[in-house]
Design a binder for this molecule. Sequence first.
Ligand SMILES: CC(C)(COP(=O)(O)OP(=O)(O)OC[C@H]1O[C@@H](n2cnc3c(N)ncnc32)[C@H](O)[C@@H]1OP(=O)(O)O)[C@@H](O)C(=O)NCCC(=O)NCCS
Length: 195
Amino acid sequence: MTLAGPRVMLREFRADDASAVFAYASDPVVSAYVPWDTHADIEVTRGFLSGVLASADAEERTRYELAVTTSGGAGRAGEDGEEARLIGAGRISVQDARHRRGSIGYVLAPDYWSKGIGTEVAHLLLAFGFERLNLHRIEATAHPDNIGSQRVFEKVGMKYEGRIRDHLLFGNGWRDSLSYAILEGDPRPAAATRP
Ligand SMILES: CC(C)(COP(=O)(O)OP(=O)(O)OC[C@H]1O[C@@H](n2cnc3c(N)ncnc32)[C@H](O)[C@@H]1OP(=O)(O)O)[C@@H](O)C(=O)NCCC(=O)NCCS
């Protein structure tokens, strides 16, 4: 499956994506606020990808972890005429099918931050979740210091619902998260169109 936006495309991961994923997942700046550890070597990335590929083959698929790539071509996130480049990942998961509840998350390589791409990815994931997965409620969490991620949630119409205390355990320390969600009937600001 693929989800196409004006500047980026989301597609299924492949086993040969390991070096492109490792390039950002091994950067501590990228993983500062995410719930996974910085990839120490490419074997960690390969392990991540094999889990992703297995989840894509599951009989009842609940996890859509997708590669974010530049679309390539004039006016897109890639340079003119450039081939599509893998620049991150976007995920939507069905947390509870009975109650039609899901969650989203995303990560981008730092060269692509603050250009509206995180917002574009979130728009694509929400549209897929509501229109194709038939979800009623989609949730996301962010580290309290992760202002960029909170901005993305707000820009796609997600509402702040509160602070989850001691949500994640890192080493010996507990970490709070900020909780956001959007319902299928909530207003969703229009996604950007192709520049
Ligand atoms: C979070 C992330 C996906 C955001 O993507 P992005 O493409 O930079 O997001 P956008 O450009 O669409 O929007 C981010 C907004 O926050 C702003 N912003 C980013 N970092 C900021 C900061 N530290 N302080 C204040 N504003 C910040 C951007 O300027 C932009 O503002 P604008 O809408 O007024 O232009 C990206 O920073 C990332 O991959 N971070 C590492 C992984 C991560 O934290 N993932 C989220 C886990 S919850």
